[in-house]
Design a protein around this ligand. Sequence first.
Ligand code: SF4
Length: 433
Amino acid sequence: MDKKVRSVCQGCHVECGVLVHVSNGKVTKVEGDPEHPMNRGYTCVKGRAQPQVVHHPDRLKHPLRRVGERGSGKWERISWDEALDGIAEKFTEVREKSGVESIAGIHGTGPRSTLYANPLLITALGSPNVISVDLHICYQPSLIGERWTYGTSILMESGPDYLNTNCIMVMGGNPLVSHPARGMDILEAKRKRNSKLIVIDPRRIELASKADLWLQIRPGTDVALALGMMKTIIDEELYDKAFVEKWCHGFEELRERVQEYPLEKVAELTWVPADKIREAAVLYATTKPAVMHHRVAIEHNLNSVQTCRALAILVGLTGNLDIPGGNLLPMSLEGYVPQASLWEDPQFKPVPEVDKKRLGAETYPLASGADAVFPFVVGPLANEAIRTGKPYPLKALFCSGGNPIVNSQNVKRVWESYKNNLELHVVADFFMT
Ligand code: SF4
C-alpha cells in the first residue's frame, strides 16, 4: 500500500516540513511539504537522502551487548527487555554505590527528540549531569551572549526574517551548505528584493560570490570587527536613536568602550582594510531592515561569548531587533515554543539541591548554573570527571545523538578514560559509532 506521511526532516536545525512516500512499509522518497512555512516545498540533498539512512544495510535495528573487551568490536544481539532491564540494574547499582550524580546523560546536536529525551531521562533519575558533547563551541556562546543582552535568543532558525529584509549579514556560517533552506531564503531575498548581502568569512564560501561585500577576516578577530563597526555607527550617528533611548542601558559606556577600536587598529587586527569595514558598517546600519546571521565558526574562540554579545548589541544598536525583516524574538513568532522552555518549566527543572551538584555549576554558571539557558555540563569538564574521578566520578553514561569520541577535544585521552573508568556506557544511535 502506498501512502504519504507528513513529517519533519531532522537533517539540520531548519527542520523542513517533508512528505515521506511509503510503499509497502518502505520509505521510497522524501519531498518538501509545500505547505510548511520553514521550507515551502524545498528540500536539500540531505533531506532527500533520508530514505538511505532508514534502509541502510548497516543501520542498527536491535539492541546489542558488548561481549569482548571495550573496543574489540564483539557484540551479541539481545532483546529489548534484556537491554532495558540490564541498563536499569546497572543504573541502580551505580546510584547505590557512587550516588545518583555519577549517572550522566550525554548528547550531541542530534534530532530534537534527543535533546529532550536524554535530559528528561537523567533528570527523572535525579542526576544533575546532562552533558553536551559540544554545546560550548556550538551555539552556547550565542545563547549566553543574547540572553544576557536581550533575555532570549534571536538566532534560532526561525528568528532572522530573511524573506522580508533589505540587508543580510552572514558571519562565520555557510548557510547554503549547513542550513540549506535558510541559504535558499537568503538567495531569494537577494533575487526578489535585491537585498544587500555582506559576507564575513575567511573563506570564499558560496554566498561570498553573490555578496555585495565580502570581508575576508582573520579567524578569531570577529569581536574586534564588531567593536570597530559599532564605533563607526556611533561616531557617524547612524544608530537607531529612538531604539537606544527607549530600550538600551549603558549606551554611554558602550560609546566609550568602542573608542578603543579605531578602524586602523581593527584593520590591523582583522586584516580587513579599514575602508571596507566602514563600508560594511554603513551598509548594515543604513539599509533597514537588516538581518544578522552568525554561526559556529565565531564560537570556536576563547572570546566567543563576548563576540556574540557584541553582535547582539549591534543588532539592537541599529534597531533591527524584533522588527519585520530584522531578527525576531521567538515570542513574536506565532505558535513558536522557545527551545529552552522545557528547562524553564518548573515540572522538569531539577530542584535547587540537585542543580547545585551539577559539574561546573559554580565554575561556569552561565553555561551550567541553574539559570543557564540549557543547564548542561560542558563536555571537557565531564570527560575530566570520568578520567580523574574529581570532583566526583561519573560511572554510568547514556549517550544519544552524539559521539564524544569524535567530537571532544583530546579524543585519545577521552577514549582511554571511557575505556578504563566507565562501569556502564549505553549508546543509542542509528549506526555503530
Ligand atoms: S535544509 Fe535539508 S537537511 Fe535541513 S531540514 Fe531542510 S531538508 Fe533537512
